[in-house]
Design a binder for this molecule. Structure first.
Ligand code: 5RP
Length: 236
């Protein structure tokens, strides 16, 4: 799977025009992308400014010598490359396995082009099949949000992590709930319902946001890397 992630990331780098402002997504796939971007900058074949979506992306950009700007300091992003946990046939995705979905969604919304890079194991028929919907909430809303997500048909649980006792705290300082729904019949409806809950900072359903999905398949597949384009329904 790592080889597939690398192949998807390499194909994504080809999509980045020199001189552009580039949203730098989060995750293990994106780590390959950011490294390759840095190598090209170092060689002088590419010039970009990166807009990191997480502390991880920021640290990688620093390590590989990519100049960065905070999302707060840009009025637009030309292209954002990001990973995903599940992708459906319409290009809707679940993100947030790395807990960075709030800033990832912000940077995606600022972007002229939002490109998702995945290996084929992330493709599903219906969102929610395998992966929970991550929901970041302010701490005082935890009990309320757990109850509401259950009322919406989910099986929510507070995310706890390795290397720390107790809940995972996001880069933005909030706990994260993972809500398992199983196959989600109407992801657009669920997106709006969760958005409407008081105390929710953001969730990992990205509906109608992706322009393109780059899918890497095993070496024996033809084509090895497929680029699927979508008409973007909404920027935010
Ligand atoms: C982080 C994300 C990641 O993009 C997603 O979890 C995929 O990660 P990976 O490339 O490591 O499989 O949404 O919040």
């Amino acid at each position: 799977v790592d080889e597939l992630k690398k192949a998807a990331a390499m194909a994504a780098v080809e999509q980045v025009p020199t001189g552009s402002i580039v949203g730098l997504g989060t995750g293990s796939t994106l780590a390959y992308f950011i490294r390759d971007l840095g190598e090209r900058i170092h060689k002088g074949s590419l010039q970009i400014i990166g807009v990191p979506t997480s502390l991880q992306a920021r640290l990688l950009a620093k390590e590989y010598g990519i100049p960065i700007r905070d999302p707060m300091d840009v009025d637009h992003v030309d292209i954002t490359i990001d990973g995903a946990d599940e992708v459906d046939p319409a290009g809707n995705v679940i993100k947030g396995g790395g807990g960075a979905h709030v800033t990832e969604k912000l940077v995606a919304a600022l972007s002229e082009r939002f490109v998702i890079v995945v290996d084929e194991t992330k493709l599903v028929q219906t969102l929610g099949e395998k992966f929970p919907v991550p929901v970041e909430v302010i701490a005082p809303a935890l009990s309320f949000a757990l109850k509401c997500l259950e009322d919406l048909g989910g099986q929510p649980a507070l995310r706890t992590g390795a290397g720390k006792i107790g809940p995972v705290i996001s880069d933005l300082g909030n706990p994260i709930i993972d809500a398992h729904f199983g196959p989600i019949a109407d992801a657009g409806w669920l997106d709006r319902q969760i958005n409407n809950l008081p105390g929710v900072v953001g969730h990992g359903l990205f509906i109608g946001m992706a322009h393109q999905v780059i899918v890497a398949r095993p070496p024996e597949a033809n084509p090895r890397v497929e680029i699927i384009s979508f008409e973007r329904a909404t920027k935010r």
